[in-house]
Design a binder for this molecule. Structure first.
Ligand code: OGA
Ligand code: MN
Length: 303
């Protein structure tokens, strides 16, 4: 019998009594229901090799693929798994100046996974193989509650606005500027509505990410300030669950109604070795067409 224990009153829960490597249809249905209610689910005490993790994730939807990503992120696994790790090919922690370690710092910005793709991520499933003794937590923010708690005038402002997302935005913020201009997976830009409706519940959610570059149709500084302000609002202390990892945790989050970030740890002293699989969210596909106009009052109100 699986049991669900909420980790905060309205966001994130732990489920015990399910073995992800042998998940039945009923187990999958149970987790799906719990994700709709809680957005973030922790399954402790799992033992999963890569194939088992991918097979489990595939029971929830189409797996996202990382094959078109740059060499920086293709890390010697199946194309539908991503290594989130400070270990190099030789099994030792990579050096402080290593490009990969610096690129991984992008995960420390609040973000939703793959919001820069035309079909972004739905569920992400991160499995803790080797965890840190200090630091290295993952934090999650409830984007349904972020919408609910927004002032009515801000709601009116953001509803209908569209953000342009790109995989280079967070990297530029870190100081990278050497992008492969011939790789559309790197330079591609997509647009997503800032306010989305979750099909399962009809609840509204703010769709933000460190990959959101600017607001279409608004002066860039005004749009960026609005994105920063909304992100600050969404990630206030009352709206965040902080997950401290134990070896064997499988943490599943719904990218459509949460943002997340990783926390600092001593990567020179500790090993943090995780593996991720994600499913895709075709119902959250990017907008097509370029018929986006912003009323003048919104530009005035945001600037
Ligand atoms: C990710 C991610 C955060 C972490 O894998 O998508 O953002 O704490 N990870 O490693
Ligand atoms: Mn992420």
């Amino acid at each position: 019998m699986a049991t669900t224990t909420p980790l905060t009153p309205a966001f994130a829960a732990r489920i015990e009594g399910i073995d992800a490597a042998r998940a039945s249809k009923a187990d999958v249905a149970f987790i799906r229901e719990a994700l709709i209610a809680h957005c973030v689910i922790v399954l402790p005490g799992q033992a999963l090799d890569g194939d088992q993790q991918a097979d489990f994730a595939a029971k929830f939807g189409q797996l996202d693929s990382y094959s078109q990503m740059s060499g920086d992120y293709a890390r010697g696994m199946r194309k539908d798994l991503l290594q989130v790790s400070n270990l190099g090919e030789d099994g030792k922690p990579v050096a402080a100046g290593d490009r990969r370690r610096l690129l991984d710092m992008g995960n420390r910005f609040w973000h939703t996974d793959a919001s820069f793709k035309a079909v972004p991520a739905h569920l992400s499933m991160l499995y803790g193989i080797t965890v840190t003794s200090e630091g290295g937590e993952t934090q999650f923010a409830d984007m349904r509650a972020a919408w609910d708690s927004l002032d009515p005038d801000r709601r009116e402002l953001v509803e209908g606005l569209v953000a342009e997302h790109s995989s280079t935005t967070a990297r530029r913020a870190l100081g990278f500027d050497d992008f492969d201009a011939t790789n559309p997976a790197i330079t591609g830009r997509v647009t997503h509505d800032l306010v989305r409706v979750l099909p399962e519940t009809g609840r509204k959610t703010l769709y933000l990410s460190a990959h959101a570059d600017h607001i279409v149709g608004m002066p860039k500084p005004a749009g960026r300030m609005l994105l920063a302000e909304l992100t600050e609002h969404a990630t206030g202390p009352g709206n965040v669950y902080t997950h401290t990892w134990h070896q064997g945790d499988l943490v599943i989050w719904d990218n459509r109604c949460s943002m997340h970030r990783s926390c600092r740890y001593r990567a020179d002293r500790e090993t943090r070795h995780f593996r991720r699989a994600s499913t895709t969210a075709p119902e959250f596909a990017a907008r097509t067409g370029s018929d986006i106009s912003v009323p003048a009052w919104k530009i005035e109100a945001a600037a």
